[in-house]
Design a protein around this ligand. Structure first.
Ligand code: GLP
Length: 264
């Protein structure tokens, strides 16, 4: 269904019955672009929300229904200070959930080096690699309960590019569970808001009631750096928002008018 944000940006809203179906619909969009071997530059988030998407893509690959052999992949962000071998690093997560289970050519996979000594150079190299790849064709996003996208925390500027950021207390509390007995990372590398908005297609996914307010503020609130996801309202490309019913619960949408998935 076509839907409009607070400032009139049109986007496609898909309401799925639950997290698995959010993943299935997101996978449909990958299939539409990539199929059995078309080129594409994809950018992926971490967190719990995209796991059903990665599971689905791995399954489609196993069945020979999708191939990423001509694709390039970028990860959205990375903790500062964690090597890719650390199981909490985003590179490790992406290997585990998607890259090791599909056929992305290893040389076409880009992620931040969390241990880079020259931070500015690392960020510049990342932007250059995106440009060299021809820009991002399809970028997936989750959303933090405080409205962050990638690691663009509240306060992030709409013009921001790839950089290192300080994680908010709220985010650090949310990730503490992954770092038992330790302090969670304080800093992270992230694609900037302007970098995200330069993609051709953006798919925002959210599941669960604890994301309902962030989704409402992102789509129906005034665009503000207090809610970085609200800058998606000024995105010029194709925006697709895939939610489960809980995450959509504050939007007041008529579920009968949204594309929903039928149970098979
Ligand atoms: C992290 C990531 C984001 C992600 C968010 C939500 O902070 N940097 O890219 O969207 O968490 O995570 P989850 O899907 O686990 O709620």
């Amino acid at each position: 269904m076509e839907y409009k944000t607070a400032i009139g940006k049109k986007f496609t809203l898909i309401i799925a019955r639950g997290p698995e179906e959010v993943g299935a619909r997101a996978a449909d969009i990958v299939m539409e672009l990539v199929g059995k071997g078309r080129p594409g530059v994809l950018c992926f988030p971490t967190g719990s929300t995209p796991i059903p998407l990665y599971r689905r893509l791995a399954g489609l690959y196993r069945k020979g229904l999708v191939s990423f052999r001509n694709c390039k992949a970028f990860t959205l962000d990375e903790y500062r200070g964690l090597p890719s071998s650390n199981k909490n690093s985003f590179r490790f997560y992406m290997e585990r959930h998607l890259f090791s289970k599909t056929d992305f050519p290893p040389r076409a996979i880009h992620s931040f080096n969390g241990m880079a000594e020259d931070i500015e150079m690392e960020c510049r190299k990342y932007e250059e690699a995106i440009n060299k790849a021809g820009g991002i064709s399809l970028l997936f996003l989750g959303i933090g309960a405080n409205g962050h996208i990638a690691y663009n925390e509240p306060g992030s500027n709409q013009c921001s590019r790839t950089r290192m950021v300080v994680l908010s207390q709220e985010t650090r509390r949310a990730i503490q569970k992954n770092f038992p007995g330790k302090y969670p990372p304080q800093y992270a590398f992230t694609l900037g808001i302007a970098t995200i908005l330069s993609a051709k297609t953006i798919v925002l996914m959210a599941t669960g009631r604890d994301k309902a307010r962030a989704i409402f503020r992102a789509l129906k609130g005034k665009p503000t750096s207090d809610v970085p996801a609200s800058f998606l309202q000024s995105f010029k490309g194709r925006l697709i928002v895939i939610l489960d019913r809980d995450a959509s619960s504050m939007l007041n949408v008529d579920l009968n008018r949204c594309q929903t998935i039928s149970r098979k």
